[in-house]
Design a protein around this ligand. Sequence first.
Ligand code: PGA
Length: 252
Amino acid sequence: MRIPLIAGNWKMNKTVAEARSFVEAVQGKLPAADVVETAIAAPALFLQTMLEANTEDVLRIGAEACYYEDDGAYTGETSPRALHEMGIPYTIVGHSERRRYFNETDDVINRKVQAVFRNGMTPIVCCDETMGRRESGEKIHWVVNQVTAALKGVSPEDAAKIVVAYEPSWAIGSGTSASTDQAEEGCYLIRQTLADIYSDDLANGVRILYGGSVKPDNIAGLMAKNNVDGVLAGGSSLDENSFIQLANYQNL
Ligand code: PGA
């Protein structure tokens, strides 16, 4: 049984005070974590405040990124060791914006996946896909390669805990989600890749999310697909009422 995961990715939005009031506002309005798990990945400088405001402790507070070394002379970076000490369970790794604007390569993403596991957290590994690649038929190759590269050297014990997100960059922030069939196809492809690298059993236990313009009015259709175990929502996770609706998609 894969527990659905409804995750938000705030990107570089909000302030500490706004982050606190969001977390306060969602207390008591999210489903039990063993029915539908909910998480918000936020900038590192909000995390302590969000943890303190999260009195009900149903919402998971995650990070959006971290570095691949635990400590050292890496000015401006976020330590995965420090995130773990705070009690952060999830860190997004390899978001397409990190790949595009901060030059994160498959090798860097693989090191980060290993660092997140080494520090007792779970990575939410994002795979992207451009429209050019989709139209040229290169998409299969591309998604398979990203998943394979991200998991290089990762043990089956760790890989069994991973969360992967299929996030076509042509759908991110565009207002138009991939169709439910396209989302299913991407998530299925990722599951098959995990089965090829590890085993069917492992692949069947891993949660695979779809991300890209997920909103309260399209989440139910996406979540109805067999291989879509959750969503990674950007814009629609910023507003507390919209996030509460996403989290309660089973009642929409
Ligand atoms: P979006 O972003 O929901 O605003 O399209 C999703 C993401 O980038 O994770």
